[in-house]
Design a protein around this ligand. Structure first.
Ligand code: ZN
Ligand code: ZN
Length: 243
């Protein structure tokens, strides 16, 4: 398992005493979660910053003592330590549910990137096994929606975990060599087409949103305009010299 410890991802210290509350009995199993907001995939060197941002949302926005999840899994298959094996999570809906099962988040959204990668499923499977072998979790597997009214962890992740969270077959040949340009464009760009925020409050729920990610061509046009302005400024300066 590619575990990223709290020190490695730059976690803030959790608040006491609540953040230090231990589980009072063994866990029945593991519940999976998704982000429930728009998410776009990113290079792995930006994943730790995203985890720190989630921790800040949970501590400063929700007023919790720490990031809510036990573990968080990025699309590259790394497992970030949240509350870990012994401190009670705060992600499953209420204290009884938090006591009952570990909470493992897959960093996929309810829009944008919604389907976990194979590496991520492998990482989630690693986290489940870790909760069982090192954290004494029982064999039960499910999602946030089990026993609590929520769409989390989304239909794709839920179907996977209810099948027993199998490791993905890594021998599947890569598709895409015979894609048309249009199919390729859709496959590559559709993932970044996350919805624009329409109000201040939806902007808050998707703090990673940028105008460029919704209109990739705008950034390019802006940089062309900037070049033109620079050239004109130079020309004016030359004219002034001559005058
Ligand atoms: Zn959830
Ligand atoms: Zn990553």
């Amino acid at each position: 398992m590619r575990l990223v410890t709290r020190a490695q991802w730059g976690a803030r210290a959790y608040r006491t005493p609540n953040g230090a509350t231990p589980y009072s009995r063994p866990r029945r199993g593991v519940k999976l979660h998704y982000l429930g907001t728009a998410y776009s995939d990113r290079p792995h060197d930006q994943c730790a910053a995203y985890v720190r941002q989630l921790q800040a949302q949970h501590m400063d926005g929700n007023g919790w003592s720490d990031v809510g999840y036990s573990f968080l899994v990025c699309t590259h298959g790394y497992v970030y330590e949240g509350r870990g094996l012994s401190r009670r999570n705060s992600a499953n809906g209420n204290t009884a549910l938090n006591e009952q099962d570990y909470a493992v988040l897959l960093m996929v959204g309810s829009s944008g990137l919604t389907k976990p990668t194979d590496a991520q499923l492998d990482g989630a499977r690693d986290a489940i096994d870790y909760c069982r072998t090192k954290g004494g979790a029982g064999s039960w597997l499910g999602g946030h929606r089990d026993g609590y009214a929520t769409a989390c962890p989304g239909d794709t992740v839920y179907a996977w975990v209810k099948q027993g969270a199998p490791r993905p077959k890594t021998t599947t040949p890569e598709k895409g060599l015979d894609m048309t340009d249009e199919q390729l464009f859709k496959a590559v760009w559709k993932r970044d087409a996350i919805p624009a925020p329409t109000t201040a409050s939806t902007y808050k729920t998707n703090p990673t949103w940028k105008a460029e990610s919704y209109f990739p061509h705008l950034a390019e046009q802006l940089s062309r305009l900037t070049d033109k302005v620079d050239a004109l400024t130079k020309a004016v300066a030359e004219l002034k010299k001559g005058a």
